[in-house]
Design a protein around this ligand. Structure first.
Ligand SMILES: *Cc1c(COP(=O)(O)O)cnc(C)c1O
Length: 388
């Protein structure tokens, strides 16, 4: 029996350290925006190599606050990979902006740089590069594209804690980056949490205010803020876990290498690491056109897998409410009010405009990947796959 991910197992080796960290916070009696959050923000900023790190309540909030702080006009278009997690898209919609869904590369699963120009319009204001599955997007090309077209560049680094591009860490590449500390991420809390990283002083100051009711120095609300803070207990836990991030990522790399060497099945496409020492393998995603059959075969052998993600954002009901779109089964009428709010008088994609995204979502399969997996278990999974 091999679970896809057993978080109790993952956290067990440091359970007593986590316990002590939580007890310290309980005894101090300070739970919101105290010394733990500040200490972890400083440690994380240093680790990523940026001036500012601002803790938030979640990764979704980190993304939402970045876009808010950029102060883009309503109806601005933001180019985003169509195969991302729904959170990236929700952050755009919450800001009355339009997600322009771009096809990923079927090799790296990140934005296909050869096609980005197709998605440009006079209303494009930003690009969100999602470092999917733990591999940084083609940054040199993205930077050039953003510079040439005067676009803000946001990183969704929720799956890429510790990933590297040309010597710089994910989170230090764009104008600002969002991290998630959801428990399953490479650096995971024991609850929700997120972080914005940036070198921009003004953006950082704005996001600090926005996460805390828009309060400025005097404590008066100056901006239309939210309540989205990284709480002291989660910050204390993350401070315990941060020093283990690199060794855990190295363990993930070793597991990925083992999978790459052992899985030989001719109907399976293995993932590609452009730079093996830079990938942090949030997920190890294989592809096959007979996925449901493979899932059943592995389940019979007691091995659990997962899919990231089975339904792409453009086929989810929420997008159909905001978009004139896609899957007939979910299609809902757009009220004039919504259309006006989201400036939906524009041309939006029809159903077969994202064939690569749709094909990937039907073929991808995530194998177990976490630092607690043993070599023996990895061998067992690889053997089970090759016996399919
Ligand atoms: C997890 C994740 C998020 C959202 O983070 P939460 O902390 O769960 O809100 C955003 N983008 C991507 C790519 C993610 O994997």
């Amino acid at each position: 029996m091999i679970d896809f991910l057993d978080l109790a197992e993952v956290n067990r080796p440091i359970a007593s350290q986590l316990n002590n960290a939580m007890l310290k916070v309980i005894e101090r009696g300070d739970f919101i925006l105290g010394q733990e959050c500040e200490g972890f923000e400083q440690a994380f900023a240093k680790y990523i190599g940026v001036k500012h790190a601002i803790g938030t309540g979640s990764g979704l909030d980190a993304l939402t606050l970045i876009i808010r702080a950029l102060d883009l006009p309503a109806g601005s278009e933001i180019i985003v990979p169509a195969n991302t997690y729904i959170a990236t898209i929700l952050a755009i919609l919450h800001n009355q902006c339009i997600p322009v869904l771009a096809e990923p590369s079927p090799i790296t699963y990140n934005l296909d740089m050869t096609r980005l120009a197709e998605y440009l319009s006079e209303r494009t204001r930003a690009v969100i590069a999602v470092h999917l599955y733990g591999q940084v997007s083609d940054w040199k090309a993205i930077e050039k594209f953003a510079r040439e077209n005067d676009l803000a560049l946001i990183e969704d680094a929720a799956q890429a804690h510790g990933a590297i591009y040309a010597g710089r860490k994910a989170g230090a590449l764009g104008d600002a980056a969002a991290f998630s500390f959801y428990p399953t991420k490479n650096l995971g809390a024991l609850g929700d949490g997120g972080m914005v990283t940036t070198d921009d002083d003004e953006l950082a100051q704005n996001i600090r205010m926005l996460r805390n009711y828009g309060k400025g120095r005097t404590g008066d609300s100056e901006l239309l803020g939210w309540n989205s803070r990284l709480d002291e207990i989660q910050a204390a836990i993350l401070s315990v876990k941060l020093p283990y991030l690199d060794s855990n990522n190295n363990r993930r790399r070793a597991i990925a290498r083992q999978y790459q060497e052992l899985i030989r099945h001719s109907s399976i496409q293995l993932p590609l690491a452009i730079e093996p020492s830079a990938h942090v393998w949030h997920q190890f995603v294989i592809r096959t056109s007979q996925r449901s059959d493979l899932v059943r075969h592995l389940e019979d052998k007691g091995i659990k897998t997962a899919i990231h993600y089975p339904v792409p954002p453009h086929q989810q009901p929420v997008l159909c409410q905001h978009y004139r779109l896609v899957s007939k089964q979910h299609q809902l009428p757009i009220s004039p009010k919504q259309a006006a709010r989201y400036s939906l008088d524009m041309q939006l994609p029809d159903s077969d405009i994202l064939p690569i995204t749709e094909r990937l979502s039907s073929e991808i399969l995530s194998l177990p990947m976490n630092a607690a997996l043993t070599d023996e278990q990895v061998r067992c999974i690889a053997q089970a796959i090759d016996s399919w």
